[in-house]
Design a protein around this ligand. Structure first.
Ligand SMILES: O=C(O)CCC(=O)C(=O)O
Ligand SMILES: [Fe+2]
Length: 277
């Protein structure tokens, strides 16, 4: 069955049909998906009841897999991150962020599978960082070009949240020790498309090195606010067994936390990426 693609928003996002992600796909399908990912930035698949093993196997076709150093992972398969949110484990992804930019080599992609959903709510939005960059004025683009910013794990992962029990606290402290703040370019060139995109995010970016503290704060506040402009986003209303596959090099996302006290459970596989330039 041929792959069918339907664009769902102007800035980014496409629904892909005609694939069963539980199967070992031929290399030609993987190549086509890789191209579609770069073109559409986030791909959505319906009716994909993958096991964690099948999800990890699919993700591993695109690169080596990342194991999150802080967030819960499946004990039997640590390449699958568990986002199981409820009144006892509150959601913390309701802010615009790009995953794991506290690493020198942030992920290439995230692959998220919906396992249990609230009756209503719990949508996720993605925002195109290339569309954002392209929407800026030419003088603003020139100003940002060549600037670098610091990204810090502690900004999105505050120590208080990860101090509930000794094992979680010890794991958190090891992660923070292993991940000192890193520097990335403010404007990133996509390694495949060559398109430029803004590469700062409210989740992890703390300051722009070349600016004074006040200037950095003002410029970052402006840039952070841009991600949420509706024109730059796509919003996904999940059904159980949906999968979203995003290019983490050129997008930010925001998981709406409007469903408590209901429970929402997601599994994420994360493909390792390269050093941004
Ligand atoms: O739960 C979601 O919809 C997204 C959570 C998130 O930020 C992620 O999986 O990286
Ligand atoms: Fe995320």
């Amino acid at each position: 069955m041929a792959i069918q693609v339907r664009r769902v928003a102007r800035a980014l996002g496409a629904v892909v049909e005609g694939l069963d992600l539980r199967q070992e796909l031929p290399e030609s399908d993987i190549e086509q998906l890789g191209k579609l990912l770069v073109e559409h930035q986030v791909l959505f698949f319906r009716d994909q009841p993958v096991t964690p093993q099948q999800q990890a196997r699919f993700a591993a076709r695109f690169g080596t897999l990342h194991i999150h150093p802080i967030y819960p992972v499946l004990p039997e398969l640590p390449e699958i991150m568990l986002i199981d949110t409820h009144p006892g484990f509150l959601p913390d992804n309701d802010n615009w962020h790009t995953d794991v930019t506290f690493s020198t080599t942030p992920p290439l992609a995230g692959i998220l599978a919906a396992k249990q959903l609230p009756a209503t709510g719990g949508d996720t939005l993605w925002s195109s960082s290339s569309a954002l960059y392209e929407s800026l004025s030419e003088p603003m683009k020139r100003f940002l070009e060549g600037l670098t910013a610091q990204h810090s794990v502690a900004k999105s992962f505050p120590a208080e949240r990860w101090a509930n029990d000794p094992a979680t606290k010890a794991r958190y402290e090891r992660a923070v020790a292993k991940h000192p703040p890193v520097t990335h370019p403010v404007v990133r060139t996509h390694p495949v498309s060559g398109r430029k995109g803004l590469f700062v995010n409210e989740g992890f970016t703390t300051h722009i090195h070349e600016l004074s503290p006040g200037e950095s704060q003002a410029v970052l506040a402006f840039l952070f606010a841009q991600a949420g402009r509706p024109e730059l986003t796509v919003r996904w209303n999940w059904k159980v067994n949906d999968i979203a596959f995003w290019d983490n090099r050129v997008t930010q996302h925001y998981a709406i936390a409007d469903y408590l006290p209901e429970r929402r459970t997601m599994h994420r596989a994360t493909v390792n990426g390269d050093k941004p330039y």
